[in-house]
Unconditional design. Structure first.
Length: 270
């Protein structure tokens, strides 16, 4: 699995006198992150490289969040305080510029224990902006259900970012490839291909890449929506589909065979 870990700027040199300051920096990072006992245990090994030190560093659960938000949200999830956990995740994603709170109804994302899906985003039509005269989308209602918490913090973060892709899709002039609020089934499938693709291309940032089953489920959902589209509906998403497939294979370490790109897979030379 490609699990993200704390960044430590070191050069790949062997351990010993020639290694110099980079190894010392990695050792200090390991000491701060994992404690003296971890450092002592590692240094008893015969030939410790910088990569050994990096591999020993404690891994972030959801690196896209600030470290403080990651710790607090994980604690709240363990305590069953789901709305508060959502609030902490949302605040962090707003702080880091990944979410525009103004696009959300009431500036928030709500937990609903009765919601049977992971989450749902409900478009609310359009209004005329009095300042510009432009037609803009009304803020979207986003609701998260219990299933979004089934696999801990990474799943919650990935789910929230998935839904935010839908929020962006509902805007007029969105950066999304398939903007719009029409109830056409083909448009909804296109939007889900894009949202699941976004999840798969950001596995390291959300931490979801550490869960092979979750990765495979995201791919299967993406492929199911893709397979129900005709060629015209697939064409604007073809590159995303292929990149998401490559990301899913890299994360699971397995070949994923339910894959039907517009361009046939190259045949290996004999």
């Amino acid at each position: 699995m490609r699990a993200a870990r704390q960044r430590v700027e070191v050069e790949p040199k062997p351990h010993g006198a020639a290694a110099g300051a980079p190894v010392e920096h990695a050792l200090l990072a390991l000491q701060r992150g994992a404690g003296n006992r971890a450092v002592a245990g590692l240094m008893r090994q015969p030939a410790v490289t910088d990569q050994d030190l990096l591999d020993a560093l404690p891994r972030r659960a959801a690196p896209i969040l600030t470290e403080e938000a990651e710790r607090e949200a994980a604690r709240l999830i363990r305590q069953g305080r789901r709305q508060r956990a959502i609030n902490v995740v949302l605040d962090s994603l707003v702080e880091t510029g990944h979410i525009d709170r103004g696009l959300l109804l009431g500036g928030r994302i709500s937990f609903d224990p009765a919601e049977t899906s992971d989450a749902v985003s409900t478009p609310r039509g359009f209004r005329r902006d009095p300042a510009t005269g432009l037609r803009v989308a009304r803020p979207t209602r986003v609701t998260v259900g219990r299933r979004a918490f089934a696999r801990g913090l990474p799943m919650l973060v990935s789910t929230i970012l998935h839904e935010y892709r839908h929020v962006e899709q509902f805007q007029v002039g969105s950066i999304s490839r398939v903007p719009g609020q029409a109830a056409r089934r083909s448009l909804i499938r296109q939007q889900d291909v894009e949202a699941f693709g976004y999840e798969l291309l950001h596995l390291d940032e959300t931490g979801m890449g550490a869960n092979r089953r979750a990765v495979r489920e995201a791919w299967d959902a993406l492929h199911d929506n893709w397979s129900r589209l005709g060629t015209p509906g697939r064409r604007p998403l073809a590159d995303l589909y292929e990149r998401a497939h490559a990301a899913a294979e890299a994360a699971t370490g397995q070949r994923i065979r339910n894959f039907t790109p517009l361009r046939p897979r190259p045949v290996p030379a004999p």
